[in-house]
Design a protein around this ligand. Structure first.
Ligand code: LLP
Length: 384
């Protein structure tokens, strides 16, 4: 693939109001092609995690690749339907589903509700009964696998709000037997996000086999196993790893989780599908000389990309319009908060007012997490 930004794209950037999101749809399509062909080797099913990026054009491209959608709100279900995803390819997760959202899922006959607690099961059962429907349920289980990732995006350990803990599973299954409008079709996990090691996925396979055995003792056979998402991307060196290693990822599961006949295995990748195809494009408003350092003050702030402020996340920053000798800058935004900083002591080609900066690997959890704090406008999106 040519450089992520063509010369023509950079020329165009100069004429457009910044900040905005730029998506390389060619890369998105290639990524989808690799992900789906690697999954197909083992007959695995992919549901794209809509939370990573719900831009309609992005969703349409993803839907064309033939994958399903993993949604965590009624709004995401609506966005997925609008982009043409069929309801039987939609799964609905989330620890706090509101009644209207459950009703929407029931009315649309979505594939499955990933449920996380007894009170939630009771409500889904009651709402399904009112409609004389049966809701398909997968239990989200907390497998107690440590994902070794940022504590804000770790989800598979006992102390966080997600999932049914292993010691509570029997109680939930007992309850489930009494809920006539629910049908258990599988189990669901998601241990965390931005995982770059294989060991947590290996542990997840091991734990899943144990759980499967425990359920088999109760006469429950599982038609669907959903391993969630989590595969990480290379934020440090995006150009050398534009497409994540889906091959190794799916191989781990193939090697360590033998699929039973009639069983379907599902995955919910978000970041690994859309992360590298997007960049936040911004202009330098001012180069400000501090007492002992220089600041490049951008017109984008944490309102457009909150990951650095929220998780200390690193996004590679490039000055697309300067090839002058490198200097050291703190790259900051215009928002009235000290946390509005994209990176400290970064080495960049000498910056001037008007230079165009790209914040790379921002396709996932970028545009979708934008806010209007300081009465700012939500960013536009442009596509190659
Ligand atoms: N499935 C479930 C149930 C999830 O909770 C998530 C992400 C995914 C799938 C997709 O995970 P992925 O493949 O993208 O890792 N805003 C944070 C990430 C939050 C992830 C929440 N759950 C960030 O910017 O890093």
């Amino acid at each position: 693939m040519a450089h992520f930004f063509s010369d023509k794209a950079i020329e165009n950037f100069k004429t457009v109001q910044t900040p905005f999101y730029y998506y390389n749809t060619e890369l998105l399509k290639k990524t989808l092609q690799v992900a789906t062909s690697e999954a197909k080797k083992y007959d695995y099913h992919i549901h794209y995690a809509v939370k990573a990026n719900a831009n309609q054009q992005i969703l349409s491209i993803i839907r064309e690749a033939g994958v399903g959608a993993d949604c965590v709100s009624g709004g995401e279900i609506q966005a997925a339907l609008k982009a043409g995803f069929s309801a039987e390819k939609i799964v609905f997760a989330g620890v706090g589903k509101a009644d209207w959202e459950i009703n929407l899922g029931l009315d649309e006959n979505i594939f499955c509700f990933n449920a996380e607690s007894i009170p939630e099961l009771e409500v889904i059962n009651e709402l399904a009964a009112k409609k004389s429907k049966t809701a398909q349920i997968a239990l989200r289980i907390n497998p107690e696998v440590d994902a070794h990732t940022h504590h804000h995006i770790t989800t598979g350990t006992k102390e966080n709000k997600f999932g049914i803990n292993l010691d509570q599973l029997d109680g939930v299954l007992n309850k489930l037997q009494t809920l006539a409008s629910l049908k258990l079709i599988g189990i669901h996990f998601h241990i965390g996000s931005q995982l770059l090691e294989t060991e947590p996925f290996f542990m997840l396979c091991k734990r899943t086999l144990e759980i499967q055995e425990q359920l088999a003792k109760r006469g429950i056979s599982l038609e669907n196993i959903n391993f969630g998402g989590g595969l990480g991307i290379d934020y440090n060196d995006p150009d050398n790893h534009l497409i994540p290693d889906f091959k190794t990822y799916f191989e781990i599961f193939h090697k360590h989780f033998p699929v039973k006949s009639g069983q379907q295995v599902h995955f919910e990748p978000g970041r690994s599908i859309v992360g590298q195809c997007g960049a936040l494009i911004s202009k330098v408003l001012y180069v400000k000389e501090g007492s002992f350092k220089k600041f490049a003050v951008l017109d984008a702030g944490f309102t457009e990309l909150i990951r650095p402020a929220l998780y200390d996340a690193y996004h590679k920053i490039e000055n697309l319009t300067s090839d002058e000798a490198e200097e050291t800058y703190d790259v900051v935004g215009p928002i009235c908060e000290s946390s509005d900083c994209f990176g400290k002591a970064l080495t960049l080609n000498k910056a001037h007012r008007g230079d165009i900066f790209a914040l790379r690997s921002a396709g996932a959890y970028g545009e979708i997490m934008a806010s209007q704090y300081n009465c700012r406008k939500l960013p536009e999106a442009y596509f190659i």
